[in-house]
Design a protein around this ligand. Structure first.
Ligand SMILES: [Fe+2]
Ligand SMILES: [Fe+2]
Length: 218
């Protein structure tokens, strides 16, 4: 039987969200560089999308540093120092990304493309290492489902404190996933959040990001 682990599942999903956010930002930068600038209708949405990517990613790293790693450390061997150092490097790159966002002239987009590329070079091996070290099987051997669910709840609460405003962070997370993964990720959110607040009440706030997200009603 396949091992089920709420922590490993949560890790894979947030990595997927961030990886898609990164890939979309890179692809759009390439497109804008080729077009010699941002179409005026996309500028505010793109800025909002990349800024939300920054906040959500930073929050994920803080929750690993503050909650996941200290918990795993007692039970599992992993290159914790290297992983934490990656977070420091990525955090510096996030600061640079944020600095470039107010000026998305053709020059600014080129600089943003470059730093997102540097981010990708650290990010890809970093998540590979986490996903190899914190597999469902390994996690199941150290914590039961109930205990894992408790930790997932702590991780989510911690992340929501640092991920920036919910009206932007939540649609960013929901709609950078699709199909079964979106369903699985949204499962633990209250009905009012996923059926009313995000898709209806907060829609006006996050609407500019729509061209960069996956199909909303998918
Ligand atoms: Fe990490
Ligand atoms: Fe991670």
């Amino acid at each position: 039987m396949k091992e089920i682990s709420p922590i490993a599942e949560g890790l894979l999903m947030i990595h997927k969200i961030i990886t898609r956010g990164l890939a979309t930002s890179l692809r759009k930068c390439d497109e804008y560089v080729m077009k010699r600038g941002l179409p005026p209708g996309e500028a505010s949405g793109f800025t909002m999308y990349v800024a939300t990517f920054s906040r959500v990613t930073h929050a994920h790293h803080l929750s690993e540093d503050d909650i996941a790693f200290p918990y795993f450390k007692d039970h599992l061997e992993a290159p914790y120092d290297k992983l934490k150092n990656d977070h420091r490097v990525l955090s510096g790159l996030i600061d640079t990304i944020d600095q470039y966002l107010p000026d998305l002239s053709i020059n600014g987009v080129g600089k943003l493309r470059e730093v997102l590329g540097e981010f990708e070079n650290v990010w890809r091996p970093h998540i590979r290492s986490e996903e190899e070290n914190f597999t469902a099987e390994k996690l199941q051997s150290v914590a039961g489902i109930k205990e894992q669910e408790k930790i997932v709840g702590k991780l989510a609460a911690h992340s929501s404190q640092n991920a920036g405003p919910g009206p932007l962070a939540l649609p960013f997370m929901f709609y950078n996933l699709e199909g079964r993964e979106r369903e699985l990720f949204m499962k633990s959110f209250p009905w009012i959040v996923k059926r009313v607040l995000v898709p209806v009440i907060w829609k006006k706030q996050w609407n500019p990001m729509t061209p960069f997200l996956l199909q909303i009603n998918g």
